[in-house]
Design a protein around this ligand. Structure first.
Ligand code: TXA
Ligand code: MG
Length: 313
């Protein structure tokens, strides 16, 4: 199903058997829980025995929209959804087709992003077909997704609200409603295999094209020069629109103007995916600063690179 963030692979969230098919189709690790999508706010009371007051404030401000809240889980959610955790992620999407599908189904829908596990998320029906052809019953084509990066994931089960994944709702926006938001360090750095993470999805290699990616952060002009000094004809470059002509010997994919974070969010997964249709052997990427939607875009690019990051001063 299309959502305003990315396409989702949907199944009845109340059926363990249905949800198991999502894991099979994606090749998803069995310990990575799914988000449950609802069409009306009141449905959260049927999924969560004690809805935190903060959830009501956040819903008021950001639902329907690209925000997922981690809350205590009720008995109706099967273990296949929560992977043994006592919490569940709940989201009320704004996309009219997603909401119509949830209403028509008469049940909440569990849905991860509709990509093969490890690959960049899917923002068009063509992306979904590429990864899922032969593995799923159908695709509802709602055109390209408007936001382009996934929902922001906020945990409301600890002492303080905690940002587990930056996304379509920015940290700055969250801070207008929540006095204090803790930011998980997994957003910025690679997590060791022995560390217990707050969102199981944090520890997996993600969004990755086949060729290894190096992110070059900092002033875009200096980043471009750094890349030019290392590039050859087998190099892919993920860059801002302004630098389209700067790497004439390379395979170049642009992901929006350096000044347009919304465009970068919309285009970043399509650009990352496009490298897999080429024979580049290494990829360099420019990256926006960690502000506004830039935090989510930079997080996706850094995860695609396995946090191989060069900081240009
Ligand atoms: O925008 C989105 O959120 C999209 C669309 C389809 O709604 N869905 C999506 O799902 O991105 P997925 O499965 O690709 O990412 C869900 C993330 C994972 O990192 C997972 O570990 C985390 O949310 N998550 C889900 N349930 C959780 C829980 N109970 N506690 C902590 N993290 C959780
Ligand atoms: Mg995903």
């Amino acid at each position: 199903m299309p959502t305003e963030t990315v396409y989702g692979l949907a199944a009845n969230a109340l059926s363990g058997e249905a949800v198991a098919k999502i894991f099979a189709a994606k090749g998803r690790p069995q310990d990575n829980p799914l988000i449950v999508h609802i069409a009306d706010f009141a449905e959260i009371y049927g999924l969560c025995p004690a809805v935190p007051e903060m959830a009501e404030c956040l819903a008021e401000a950001f639902w329907p929209g690209p925000l997922t809240m981690i809350v205590p889980k009720g008995d109706r959610i099967p273990d296949e959804v929560s992977c043994g955790l006592d919490t569940v992620g709940v989201r009320l999407p704004s996309h009219p087709i997603a909401r119509a599908l949830i209403r028509e189904s008469g049940v909440p829908l569990a849905a991860p992003s509709a990509n093969t596990s490890g690959r960049p998320s899917t923002t068009t029906a063509a992306h979904v077909l590429r990864d899922m052809d032969g593995r799923i019953a159908a695709i509802l084509d709602g055109g390209p997704c408007g936001v382009g990066v996934e929902s922001t994931v906020v945990s409301l089960v600890g002492a303080r609200p905690r940002l587990l994944r930056p996304g379509g709702v920015t940290l700055e926006q969250l801070e207008t409603v929540l006095v204090e938001v803790e930011v998980d360090r997994a957003l910025y750095e690679k997590i060791g295999d022995d560390v217990k993470v707050s969102a199981p999805g944090m520890k997996y290699r993600h969004y990755a094209p086949k060729a290894p990616v190096t992110v070059v952060c900092g002033d875009p002009q200096k980043a471009a020069e750094y890349i030019q000094n290392r590039a050859d004809s087998s190099t892919g470059v993920l860059c801002f629109d302004e630098y389209r002509e700067s790497f004439p010997t390379c395979t170049v994919k642009c992901f929006g103007s350096r000044f347009d974070l919304a465009a970068q969010a919309r285009e970043v997964f399509d650009a990352l995916r496009a490298f897999d249709e080429t024979d580049v052997t290494k990829i360099y990427a420019q990256c926006p600063p960690d502000e506004g939607l830039g935090l989510a875009v930079a997080n996706r690019i850094k995860k695609a690179a396995g946090f191989v990051v060069v900081d240009i001063k």
